[in-house]
Design a protein around this ligand. Structure first.
Ligand SMILES: Nc1ncnc2c1ncn2[C@@H]1O[C@H](COP(=O)(O)OP(=O)(O)OP(=O)(O)O)[C@@H](O)[C@H]1O
Ligand SMILES: [Mg+2]
Length: 290
């Protein structure tokens, strides 16, 4: 999983890593990005999902519609049963609300989806290009929170109008949802290799600490940092200044995260697009082995 703040190069790294993995076995790159950046970077226009880009490389961009469909199939009715016990809402509006209003739900769903794909074993590697994780992780806790709350306040809920449902079946549903979230969290803890992507600039470095803390709170450990957009040449006054400025932040990252594998990715004069350029990025990312 490649995570990090907006625009730092997550998709670039994910795409390059996927291409690298595809050399040795079937690989899926998956993204929940609202804008189709994976197909842009791989220069494909095919709308089919997943799209094959190389003999062993597939990409899948999951949009809001797909998330809604998958959510509906997997959790929709069950979770609706719980919510509709408290709130008067019809099913359509409920799904609409869950999938578009709740931030990070797409990602939460993706954890489940990816876990299932991993279990099926069709792909040797799955590379996930993701948004910042905080919201996703807190959503994974929602069922547990709800469950605790319900268990701790039976008197309040016994007075609620639960329609045809008694409190017990509602608790059962919540329990199943809770177990599913726990399984997803376990999957994140045990089977996912986290790479944090950042750039050597003040804001990105400042936000890095928070991102690590957030993951740490859930017992998830980042194994690697990619510092992207590192300027390597000092051929002009402009570049000299840039290099000097970046050095402060690079030093900070190396000192603070000395226990992690750190890879630097140079800033290229051109944007990273297409298989050839991605191959170059992949070589740098994996030079010391991931
Ligand atoms: N090392 C690099 N050198 C030059 N250009 C780069 C480099 N890394 C990324 N880029 C360019 O920067 C832009 C943003 O990169 P990318 O889309 O990978 O970031 P992102 O973290 O996925 O962004 P978002 O948060 O919007 O999903 C792209 O146009 C990409 O080609
Ligand atoms: Mg991206």
């Amino acid at each position: 999983m490649f995570t990090g703040k907006g625009g730092v190069g997550k998709t670039t790294c994910a795409a390059a890593a996927a291409q690298h993995y595809a050399d040795s076995g079937p690989t899926l790159t998956i993204s929940t990005d609202a804008t189709p950046s994976l197909s842009h970077i791989f220069e494909v226009t095919d709308k089919q999902k997943p799209v094959q880009v190389l003999p062993r490389l597939y990409i899948s961009e999951i949009g809001e519609r797909e998330i809604r469909e998958m959510w509906d199939k997997k959790f929709g009715r069950e979770v609706y049963e719980v919510f509709s016990a408290f709130v008067d809402i019809d099913y359509e509006s409920f799904v609409e609300f869950m999938t578009s209003v709740l931030p990070g739900l797409g990602e939460e769903f993706m954890v489940d989806y990816i876990r299932e794909m991993a279990r099926k074993g069709v792909y040797e590697n799955i590379v996930w290009d993701t948004a910042p994780l905080g919201q996703t992780l807190s959503l994974l806790e929602t069922p547990a929170l709800l469950g605790n709350h319900l268990r701790m306040a039976p008197r309040i809920y016994s007075r609620l109008k639960l329609g045809r449902r008694s409190r017990e079946p509602v608790l059962d549903i919540l329990k199943r949802w809770e177990e599913l979230s726990a399984a997803n969290m376990d999957f994140l803890k045990n089977d996912v290799y986290f790479t944090m992507v950042t750039i050597p600039e003040a804001l990105a470095v400042e936000q890095l600490e928070g991102a690590f803390r957030e993951l740490d709170k859930y017992g998830l450990t980042v194994k690697q940092i990619v510092i992207n957009n590192v300027v390597k040449t000092e051929e002009s006054e402009f570049l000299k200044i840039k290099v000097r400025q970046q050095q402060t932040y690079l030093k900070h990252i190396y000192e603070k995260y000395s226990n992690l594998k750190i890879v630097e990715l140079p800033m290229f004069p051109q944007e990273v697009k297409g298989l050839q350029k991605l191959r170059e990025v992949g070589k740098i990312l994996f030079q010391g082995g991931i």
